[in-house]
Write a protein that binds this ligand. Structure first.
Ligand code: HEM
Length: 566
């Protein structure tokens, strides 16, 4: 009974979803026959050769100029095409399962005779692209297929035609927690779409920007607290402990609280956090929820049928974060009340107060907004700071050049001043190019799009491997190297064509791009200036990579050595 209700609810949801984006697909074209003389790449291993021979799509003739090739001609793993017939019989396993199975396989799952299984450190999607070419189709149930891409020209085709209401394929577990479990009326700015999303986004974007300007001095103080904390945890070799990433997370959360609540919660107290304190619960809730989402979004979505340990962990940790935030919503309400009673001007209010003043926003909306800002913002920013330190440590010449640029900067800077440090900004761009914290961008196409001659119909899910895109030699000479100078105006090594703009998009693109880009850039730049003026950074262990997870993280402890400059 329970599962039938759930199934009906899921089907209804899909129907509404399909109607919203208007994606009823036109007729299917018949499957193609295998050509006798299908080419076999010389270096392909035996399994790959077998797959290629068995895959009719790999034997196609090239399209002539201007010719449009039907969607069904896009190559892809035959095993998924066959299995999609099975998925088609199980309505609950729709497109999201295709996406999540792909992610599971990419993260090391062992399926399909090894053709689709590789270790977590392999570059995203590389094996698919190596076997099938730059456009890969994965068959899903309901005709809701997934197309994989990784080239700037393809990004341009998708993002420039996406219209005012782009849709991304969502984090279903978080959506279920919010809409079904907690019965909120919307799922938060990262997950909603259409006019609902537009209204939410409008209510956050501009106030967030004003708040970062108002709170800039406070962020500089938080940087000083971070320095104090670093002194208190540094060992005799001037090295940070294995869990230094947690300290970076604390710094981000403190900045986020300052910007959204106009208060610091004490994440960076020199004596260390008490787990039962408000900041302790927010931090642990963030870690727990992030890990749970990573587990729930990979592989088969068993949690849709039974309460798995990861599902329970998501609920527990989101509840924990919410109980802390609920307290600060109440405090903000009280502050507003007092301000109104005193007839104080309401122009300089915090983001939370700004949201409370909006008539069309209710308390539950504020909760999902705040949680999205914390979940997406804290993870992405901490990842970027981690790799910024790493790149400077691994590239001492770049570190010297950066130090020369910032060493005479004022004690208290401004967001505008930070933008004038060209080399600092170049180092940030280069860090985000090499290790983007959100390594895959996703969309559900709202129009038919021509990609590489293929007509990809609206409604198709597209996963864009941003990390692979960023490593294209045509656009970035010595692409695997940290070379901040490539971002400076006078640098002449770039490709400079019409697609250059899409060659690195760490904050995404278009109306759905990151709504806190300015805030993140300002906070990161101010921290780097503070740290680099005080320390020289070294790292003496094995290479650190970014994990290929949904929300990426460094693969090794950040045992950086921070050596005093004086
Ligand atoms: C260096 C740090 C950051 C990076 C690289 C980053 C990157 C991204 C990317 C790639 C997206 C998806 C864009 C797309 O689909 O086109 C995104 C969306 C988003 N980010 Fe960020 N982000 C960062 C920091 C932050 C911070 C600090 C916050 C919150 C304070 C935040 C909040 C959001 C939200 C709410 C969305 C969803 C926007 C929407 O759907 O309208 N991000 N971010």
């Amino acid at each position: 009974m329970w599962s039938r209700n759930l199934r009906t609810a899921q089907l209804q949801k899909k129907l509404i979803y399909a109607q919203k984006i208007n994606f009823y697909r036109s007729t299917e074209t018949p499957a193609q026959s295998v050509s006798e003389d299908a080419p076999v790449p010389a270096e392909a291993d035996a399994k790959v050769e077998k797959e290629i021979k068995a895959n009719p799509f790999l034997s196609k003739k090239p399209a002539t100029k201007g010719e449009t090739v039907p969607f069904d001609d896009i190559p892809g793993p035959i095993s998924l095409r066959l299995i999609s017939k099975f998925w088609g019989m199980i309505p609950m396993m729709g497109t999201e399962i295709t996406v999540s199975v792909v992610q599971y396989l990419l993260s090391g799952g062992k399926f399909f005779g090894g053709i689709l299984s590789w270790g977590g450190n392999a570059p995203f999607f590389k094996k698919f692209f190596d076997v099938y070419g730059p456009v890969v189709r994965l068959h899903g149930a309901f005709g809701s297929d997934v197309v994989l891409l990784s080239r700037p020209e393809h990004a341009s085709a998708i993002f420039q035609t996406e219209g005012p209401y782009p849709i991304r394929s969502c984090l279903e577990s978080l959506e279920k927690y919010r809409l079904q479990c907690r019965k909120y009326r919307q799922a938060g700015p990262f997950l909603t779409y259409g006019t609902e999303w537009e209204a939410l986004r409008k209510s956050i974007e501009q106030p967030l920007q004003s708040c970062i300007e108002l709170q800039f001095d406070e962020i500089e103080k938080i940087n000083e607290s971070f320095l104090d904390r670093m002194y208190s945890i540094r060992n005799k070799q001037e090295e940070m402990p294995n869990n230094f990433k947690t300290e970076i997370n604390k710094w981000v959360l403190e900045c986020l609280c300052s910007v959204t609540l106009n208060r610091t919660l004490g994440f960076l107290v020199p004596t260390g956090l008490i787990p039962s304190s408000d900041p302790g619960r927010l931090l642990n809730g963030l870690f727990g929820a992030t890990n749970a989402i990573r587990k729930l979004e990979y592989g088969f979505h068993l949690w849709k049928f039974i309460e798995t340990p990861a599902w329970k962990s998501l609920v527990k940790n989101c509840d924990m974060m919410e109980s802390v935030l609920r307290k600060y919503i109440d405090i903000s309400k009280q502050h507003l009340q007092e301000k109104k009673m005193r007839n104080s001007p309401l122009d300089k209010v915090t983001l939370m107060e700004h949201l409370l003043l909006k008539e069309n926003i209710i308390e539950d909306d504020i909760m999902t907004i705040m949680l999205d800002l914390f979940l997406i913002g804290a993870n992405a920013t901490a990842h970027t700071v981690s790799f910024f330190f790493y790149n400077l440590a691994r590239n001492p010449r770049c570190q010297i050049q950066l130090y020369d640029e910032i060493k005479d900067s004022d004690v208290s800077s401004t967001p505008e001043k930070l933008k004038e440090y060209a080399y600092l900004q170049a180092c940030l761009k280069e860090t985000l190019r090499l290790d983007p914290p959100i390594p895959i961008l996703s969309r559900v196409l709202s129009n038919d799009v021509i990609i590489n001659h293929y007509r990809v119909p609206k409604g198709t899910h597209v996963l864009f491997a941003a990390h692979m895109n960023n490593m294209r030699q045509e656009y970035f000479e010595d692409a695997e190297k940290f070379k901040p100078q490539r971002w400076l105006n006078n640098y002449e090594g770039g490709f400079g064509n019409e697609f250059q703009h899409f060659a690195s998009m760490p904050f995404g693109y278009g109306p759905r791009s990151c709504l806190a880009k300015e805030m993140a850039e300002t906070a990161i730049a101010s921290l780097i200036v503070t740290i680099c003026k005080r320390f020289r950074i070294e790292y003496n262990y094995g290479d650190i990579k970014s994990s290929n997870e949904l929300m990426a993280s460094p693969t090794k402890p950040l045992k950086f050595r921070f050596i005093d400059r004086i």
